[in-house]
Design a protein around this ligand. Structure first.
Ligand code: GAR
Length: 202
């Protein structure tokens, strides 16, 4: 059975990358193979997670000239079919999205269309949700298009906000109850579609 070759793009601690790696190890993520990790920040915790899992990892600093060209070259070199943004905090240009032929999916730590778009990332998303007083938040996996957090939604999961929550406690609950479950499931769903297409072309 053919599988989709997956690249995971990361910027931070990499707990969502870990959820993907664990899902692959248990056989739940089975239609795709994590073939490359790309970190846009030297020293990101996610790099050590990739190394421990023996997945090739390219560190391409976002601030350096030619960032997107270098990422596209790495994706092509590793014959990547789909990209997963797992705590990747940069915004990819429309040109990049047009030039990468496969799907790109992203996990966002809120229920889109709330608390999303340019400037909403990481703990700031949870801070905004708490400032607003929402009682329910969650996570969303969506396709990436040229509008930040604007692509078609693949999956969402709601999570309760509890009295006394801080951005940190809320972030942790959203990760545990939503992100780490939703992202591997959505990656498997998209990978299965690609694997099926590859089989048909044989
Ligand atoms: C996650 O909560 C992810 O949803 C969020 O950053 C965190 C990264 O954690 N992503 C965004 O805010 C993207 N807009 P991780 O590095 O431990 O996976």
């Amino acid at each position: 059975m053919l599988t989709a070759r997956i690249a995971v793009l990361v910027s931070g601690g990499g707990t969502n990358l870990q959820a993907l790696l664990d899902s692959q190890a248990r056989g739940a993520l089975k239609s795709g193979e994590i073939a490359l990790v790309i970190a846009d920040k030297p020293g990101a915790g996610a790099i050590a997670r990739a190394e421990r899992a023996h997945v090739p990892c390219a560190v391409i600093p976002r601030r350096e000239a030619g960032f997107e060209e270098r990422v596209l070259a790495a994706l092509a070199e590793h014959k990547i079919d789909m990209a997963v943004l797992a705590g990747f905090l940069g915004i990819l240009s429309g040109d990049f999205i047009d030039r990468f032929p496969g799907p790109i999916i992203n996990i966002h730590p809120a229920l889109i269309p709330s608390f999303c778009g340019k400037g909403f990332y990481g703990l700031g998303v949870h801070r905004a949700a708490l400032d607003c007083g929402v009682k329910v938040t969650g996570a969303t996996v969506h396709y990436v298009n040229a509008i930040p957090d604007g692509g078609r939604i693949i999956a969402q999961k709601a999570v309760d906000v509890l009295p006394g929550d801080t951005p940190e406690t809320l972030q942790r609950r959203v990760m545990e109850q939503a992100e780490w479950i939703l992202l591997p499931q959505a990656a498997e769903q998209v990978a299965a579609g690609i694997a099926e297409e590859k089989e048909k072309k044989l």
